[in-house]
Design a protein around this ligand. Structure first.
Ligand SMILES: NC(=O)C1=CN([C@@H]2O[C@H](COP(=O)(O)OP(=O)(O)OC[C@H]3O[C@@H](n4cnc5c(N)ncnc54)[C@H](OP(=O)(O)O)[C@@H]3O)[C@@H](O)[C@H]2O)C=CC1
Ligand SMILES: O=CC(=O)O
Length: 325
C-alpha cells in the first residue's frame, strides 16, 4: 500500500485535506473567477500551484476540476467510472487508478462525491484515500492524527455556477489549511465562508438546501394552481421574479418547468438526500421542521416515480400526478 502524503476524506459534499510541502506557498488570493487572469497571476507569482488531486467527476466535480486545470494547476483526477476522466485528461489532467494513489501523489486533494456512503467508499475502501471514520468529526480526528490537515467545504451553487467558477464554499475545520487553499477556492468559487469547527460547513449546507427544497416544492404548487385557475404560469414566473420573493432559481427553472422539462443541474436524489439529512439534523436538536418534512415526502414519492436523476424541479410531476388521482 502506498503511504499517502495526503489523507483526505469528504463527507457528503466537498471536503479536502492536504499535507502541504513547506516550499509551496500560495501568495495570491484570487477574488474573482477568471481563468486566464488566474493563470497569469500564478505565473507572475513564480509559484507552482502544487499537485492537486480531484476525486469525483460528476455534474459538479468535472467543471470544478476543469477550472483548476484552466487556471494552470497541476491536476490529477480519479473517478469511479473512468470514462468521465477522459475529457479532463484531454485538457491536461493526469490520471491515477485509485483515490489512494491520487492522494499519495498530490499535496491537496479535493473530492466531490454523491453522498456519505460514496464518500466513505472512496475514503475508507480497499484503495481509499483514508482508512477510518464514518462521520466528518471522526474523520477529522483521524486525519489530524496522521499529521495531515482536513477541511470540510460543501458548496452552494449548481452546475452553471460550478462551470463559471461562481460557487459559494462553506468551509469548516483546519484554519491554516483554509488559508492555504483559499486561492484554489477562489478559482472555483465567488465567495467562501469559514464557519469554525468541522460539522458547521455541512450544517450550513443542509440548512440552505432544506430551505431550497421547500421553496421548490412550494413554487411547484404555485405553478400548478395558477394553471388550474386559468392563469398563464409563465406570467406567474415573471410576477414572482419582480417581487420580494424573487429568486434566481425560480427565473432559471420556472420556464422549463412550465414546459415539463427538467434538464439536470441538481439531481432530485441529491435534494432528497439533503432534506433527509437536514431533518436528521433538526431532530438531533429537537427543532420542529414541518414544512421541510412535507417537502421531503414529495421528493421521496418523486424518487419512487423514477425521477432520481432528473433535476429536482421535476418534483412538480408528483403534484401533477396527485391532482389527477
Ligand atoms: N449538482 C448540484 O447542483 C450540486 C450538488 N452538490 C452536492 O455535491 C455532490 C456531488 O453532486 P453532483 O456532482 O451533482 O453529483 P453526481 O451524481 O453528478 O456525481 C456524483 C459523483 O460521486 C461518485 N460516486 C457515487 N457513488 C460512488 C461510490 N460508491 N464510490 C465512488 N464514487 C461514487 C460518482 O461517480 P460515477 O461517475 O462513477 O457515478 C460521481 O463522480 C452531492 O453531494 C450533491 O448533493 C452540491 C451543490 C450543488
Ligand atoms: O446543492 C445545490 C445547490 O444548488 O446549491
Amino acid at each position: 500500500m502506498l503511504q499517502p502524503k495526503v489523507l483526505l476524506f469528504f463527507f457528503y459534499f466537498l471536503k479536502f485535506a492536504g499535507f502541504l510541502r513547506n516550499k509551496i506557498t500560495f501568495i495570491l488570493h484570487l477574488t474573482k473567477y477568471h481563468p486566464s487572469q488566474a493563470r497569469a497571476n500564478l505565473k507572475a507569482a513564480d509559484e507552482l500551484p502544487g499537485r492537486i488531486g480531484f476525486l469525483g467527476l460528476g455534474i459538479m466535480g468535472s467543471p470544478m476540476a476543469q477550472n483548476l486545470i484552466k487556471a494552470g494547476c497541476d491536476v490529477t483526477v480519479w473517478n469511479r467510472t473512468k470514462s468521465k476522466c477522459d475529457a479532463l485528461i484531454n485538457l491536461g489532467a493526469k490520471y491515477k487508478p485509485s483515490p489512494e494513489e491520487v492522494a499519495a501523489s498530490c499535496d491537496v486533494t479535493f473530492a466531490m462525491l454523491a453522498d456519505p456512503e460514496s464518500a466513505i467508499d472512496v475514503a475508507c475502501g480497499k484503495h481509499g484515500a483514508a482508512i477510518d471514520g464514518s462521520t466528518s468529526k471522526l474523520i477529522n480526528e483521524h486525519i489530524k492524527a496522521t499529521g495531515a490537515l482536513f477541511l470540510e467545504a460543501p458548496v452552494s451553487g449548481s452546475k452553471k455556477p460550478a462551470e463559471d467558477g461562481q460557487l459559494i464554499f462553506l468551509t469548516a475545520g483546519d484554519k491554516s489549511l483554509y488559508d492555504t487553499v483559499s486561492p484554489f477556492l477562489d478559482i472555483m468559487g465567488k465567495s467562501r465562508f469559514y464557519l469554525g469547527e468541522v460539522g458547521n460547513g455541512a450544517a450550513m449546507k443542509l440548512v440552505v438546501n432544506m430551505i431550497m427544497g421547500s421553496m421548490m416544492a412550494s413554487f411547484s404548487e404555485g405553478l400548478l394552481l395558477s394553471e388550474k385557475v386559468g392563469l398563464d404560469p409563465n406570467v406567474l414566473v415573471e410576477v414572482v421574479s419582480q417581487g420580494a420573493i424573487s429568486a434566481p432559481m425560480y427565473s432559471l427553472k420556472g420556464p422549463s418547468m412550465v414546459k415539463s422539462l427538467y434538464p439536470t443541474a441538481f439531481p432530485l436524489k441529491h435534494q432528497q438526500k439533503d432534506l433527509r439529512l437536514a431533518l436528521e439534523l433538526a431532530e438531533s436538536v429537537s427543532q420542529s421542521t414541518p414544512i421541510a418534512a412535507a417537502a421531503n415526502e414529495l421528493y421521496k414519492v418523486a424518487k419512487s416515480h423514477g425521477l432520481n436523476d432528473e433535476d429536482f424541479s421535476a418534483v412538480i410531476e408528483v403534484l401533477k400526478a396527485k391532482s389527477k388521482e
